[in-house]
Design a protein around this ligand. Structure first.
Ligand SMILES: NC(=O)c1ccc[n+]([C@@H]2O[C@H](COP(=O)([O-])OP(=O)(O)OC[C@H]3O[C@@H](n4cnc5c(N)ncnc54)[C@H](OP(=O)(O)O)[C@@H]3O)[C@@H](O)[C@H]2O)c1
Length: 316
């Protein structure tokens, strides 16, 4: 079977497709034919060695998949074969291996998909859906004006919707292109802007980009406001910036998804799947790429042209 990995850091070309033996499920495990594997921005950073943590090589990226159970190991009911499932690998201690034709998973680590929810939409609701859900829980927006950066992206497009649904008085969506801003407005944002922050005031600012952008996000913060650092790269803040924030009684809030995933994980996933299935959350597709063209998927994200979720699908 095919797996995508990289053995050195660099541009998208370092992603290579290798052949490995198709695995067999052991006792209590299932073999899943991957129908959609999620591509996340942090994997782009990781591949270029711009991520907060440098992975050891070779690295096979991919932390979320959805697909069909093809075979079951000893001790499991054959009735599971053919089930449509999602596997949040990142949440069960597996930080790699999702860009693949097949994966093995423990039968206890499967989330069932509602009939009618596509594999691609399910994948969009795992890392990115759970991130948006926990960002809202951590920073209750009721009655507040909030600013979301990268608002047309995977996390951003879901966050705009969940913030509105949680009672935000006003959601300001910042995004890099007119198309992304139009998308954010269609998802319920009250206002859409570029990254020039003049004239903007917000109680909570969600930084989904980091690096040089972060400093510019202090200006739109109201006195007493909160800047949420949710990007996983690096943040361009120095002591002067932090001094300005302290003088205005503002706070910095860290965000890291993994430690927040506790016993509510499976209920949270079921809720996200169900809300998307019922049409309460719109999942935006950012493009489907054949597994063997994973490098193209990374290029698309890096070009900043994608909106919503980018997924890898089986080669036809
Ligand atoms: N802390 C956590 O636990 C956690 C969990 C999940 C995701 N995240 C973070 O949430 C953010 C969004 O993740 P995502 O997977 O949904 O990605 P995404 O938003 O679909 O894509 C990244 C977006 O960042 C913006 N961007 C700004 N500078 C860029 C550059 N140099 N290259 C490419 N894009 C650039 C682009 O939007 P514009 O063109 O509109 O600027 C792009 O659409 C990422 O920073 C990710 O690391 C954090």
């Amino acid at each position: 079977m095919k797996v995508v990995q990289f053995s050195r850091f660099g541009s998208p070309e370092v992603l290579e497709v290798i052949e490995v033996r198709k695995p067999q499920p052991a006792r209590g495990e299932v073999l899943i034919r991957v129908m959609a594997a999620g591509v996340n921005f942090f994997e782009v950073l990781m591949r270029a060695d711009r991520y907060a943590v440098t992975p050891s090589l070779p690295m096979a990226p991919g932390v979320e998949v959805a697909g069909l159970v093809e075979a079951v190991g000893e001790g499991l009911d054959d009735a599971l074969i053919g089930a449509r499932v999602a596997v949040p690998l990142f949440a069960i201690g597996r930080g790699s291996g999702g860009y693949a034709e097949y994966i093995i998973a423990d039968a206890g680590s499967l989330a069932r998909l509602p009939e009618g929810l596509s594999f691609e939409n399910a994948v969009a609701l795992m890392v990115q859906g759970l991130t948006a859900l926990h960002l809202v829980r951590q920073n209750p927006p009721a009655g507040k004006t909030v600013l979301v950066t990268a608002a047309g992206g995977g996390v951003g497009s879901l966050l705009v919707q969940l913030l509105k649904q949680a009672g935000a008085e006003s959601v300001i969506a910042a995004a890099g292109s007119g198309e992304k801003r139009a998308l954010a407005l269609s998802l319920g944002a009250d206002r859409a802007v570029g990254y020039d922050m003049s004239g903007i005031e917000a109680d909570i600012v969600f930084d989904l980009i980091g690096n040089e952008l972060t400093r510019g996000l202090i200006d739109p913060l109201r006195p007493g406001g909160r800047l949420v650092l949710a990007a996983m790269g690096r943040f361009g803040l120095d002591q002067v910036d932090i001094g300005r924030m302290l003088e205005a009684n503002q706070s910095l809030q860290g965000f890291s998804l993994l430690p927040l995933l506790g016993e509510t994980l499976w209920a949270d996933l079921a809720e996200l799947f169900d809300r998307a299935h019922r049409g309460e959350i719109r999942v935006i597709s950012g493009g489907r790429f054949p597994l063997t063209e994973a490098a193209e998927a990374h290029r698309a994200i890096e070009s900043r042209l994608t909106t919503g979720k980018v997924v890898l699908v089986p080669d036809s």
